[in-house]
Design a binder for this molecule. Structure first.
Ligand code: 5AD
Ligand code: SF4
Length: 444
């Protein structure tokens, strides 16, 4: 590769989960430290970071077509870095197949992006997909992000090895960031304007650490500590695994006002044979009992989940068990997917792969139930009063959008600003949002 002009502007394109969004922000902060600025809307960047996702469907093919499409107005290619889970899984192949890529960097190695960039400028292509045991976080710059909502990665990786999932291979083993580092980062985020922080982890509720007195702490204890941060008004966390729930976290939902009444708890299937084949290590019944414990301490908690239809061998009757589970839970929102074989995972070579049409039909039926419950949830909110954290302008002048405590989008008209916490009455439910009426004028 020829030496390249040092980039002046960058763009990070993040795909997939919220952890990638967080990693993308942090890569941006690293590049900013080197004096590279984010490209403006519509402007072509000198350096493009494709922060990829490998969880479902032809992810790698998409990366190659994105690489092919990237062009500056003069027809030349920007400098390209491929990051994220496809980089981790297929780094060497990317280097071979896509000569225009200068850097391939895995999710545990991106703190070394600045060094890789120096090499790339000299014309040396660089790959780094190491998974060091020590966290990359120590070498990242301090947070400077200005926004009322922020992500904070507390835990990474997964030891669960669900048989369909590529995450344990791309993100590696579970690691928890130290308690004090997280408290410190939360203060920094609040100083920079955050009023709501979402704690992130592939298995966020597996977070384990020691508090400042050296006592063992889990996510519940960490949340109680973060709730002491002045100016931090809302705490959320995602994504959890049913088997890592402990009493302290459930209890926090009943006692910590800043912890929002919302729980994303994937179940994937409502059938015990399928759950076993997925290596989920819980049953439909144990999952339902767990939700009851959350509802007991926080009756208005909004529930969300993930579902996979068409796992290898799933019969029609087994699929219907998932529909029955949905009927019992009444989710406020949920995410559902057709099973997608991931190379290298046990399920990819299991007998009984389900034809595409059957998966399509099951997904449509499942989503119809989920949509029904989402609409019902939104309708049941009408008449309630709640706080809304203003996140952005709406489509019409004077219109604002924010989130309710239950994570539903709420729009309303007011003389407000981004970052205001306002009190609204919810007046009209739509399928994906609720219209609100301002009760109190915005307090700056
Ligand atoms: N096929 C379909 N969906 C998957 N998920 C993870 N792996 C696969 C796969 N191979 C879904 C699960 C998980 C969510 C993040 O993505 O529902 O909870
Ligand atoms: Fe994947 Fe299962 Fe780990 Fe979630 S718990 S990241 S689905 S292996």
């Amino acid at each position: 590769m020829k030496p390249q002009t040092p980039p002046k502007t960058y763009r990070v394109k993040s795909f997939g989960c919220q952890m990638n969004v967080y990693d993308g922000e942090r890569m941006g902060e690293l590049l900013a430290e080197k004096g590279i600025t984010p490209a403006q809307e519509g402007e072509e960047a000198d350096l493009v970071v494709l922060n990829t996702c490998h969880i479902r469907e032809k992810a790698a093919e998409k990366v190659y077509s994105d690489i092919g499409r990237l062009k500056k107005p003069d027809g030349s290619k920007p400098m390209i870095a491929v990051a994220g889970c496809v980089a981790q899984a297929e780094g060497e192949e990317i280097m071979e197949r896509a000569p225009s890529v200068s850097m391939v960097v895995g999710p545990q190695a991106y703190h070394r992006l600045p060094d890789m960039l120096d090499k790339a400028v000299k014309g040396e292509r660089a790959t780094d997909t190491d998974m060091p045991a020590i966290a990359k976080f120590d070498s990242l710059p301090k947070r400077k992000r200005r926004s009322p909502t922020a992500f904070l990665t507390v835990q990474e990786g997964c030891d669960k090895f669900c048989t369909y999932c590529v995450v344990p291979y791309t993100r590696g083993a579970e690691i928890s960031r130290p308690y004090n580092d997280l408290v410190e980062e939360a203060y920094k985020l609040v100083e920079a304007g955050a009023r709501e922080v979402t704690l992130l982890g592939q298995n966020v509720n597996a977070w384990a650490g020691e508090d400042k007195r050296g006592a063992k702490a889990g996510l519940g204890e960490l949340i109680h500590r973060l709730a002491e941060v002045d100016g931090l008004e809302r705490i959320r966390y995602t994504t959890s695994h049913p088997n890592d729930m402990d009493e302290a976290l459930i209890e926090a939902h009943g006692t910590c006002d800043k912890l929002m009444p919302y729980l994303h708890l994937p179940v994937q299937s409502g059938n015990d044979r399928v759950l076993k084949a997925m290596n989920r290590a819980h049953t439909a019944e144990s999952y339902l009992r767990l939700l009851e414990r959350f509802r007991a301490v926080r009756p208005d908690i909004a529930l969300s989940g993930d579902f996979i239809v068409g796992f290898p061998g799933e019969s029609e009757a087994e699929f219907e068990d998932t529909l029955s589970l949905i009927d019992e839970v009444h989710y406020s929102q949920a995410f559902s997917f057709k099973y997608s074989p991931r190379p290298g995972t046990p399920a990819a070579t299991m007998a009984g792969q389900i034809p595409e049409e059957v998966m399509k039909d099951r997904l449509a039926r499942l989503q119809a139930r989920l949509d029904r419950d989402q609409v019902a949830f939104n309708e049941a909110c009408v008449g309630k009063r709640c706080q809304v954290l203003v996140e952005r302008k709406g489509k019409r002048p004077g219109q604002w959008l924010g989130k309710s405590p239950w994570l539903t989008s709420v729009w309303f008209e007011a003389n407000a600003q981004i970052g205001d916490m306002v009190e609204v009455e919810l007046v009209e439910a739509g399928p994906n949002s609720i219209a609100g009426r301002l009760i109190e004028p915005a307090l700056a």
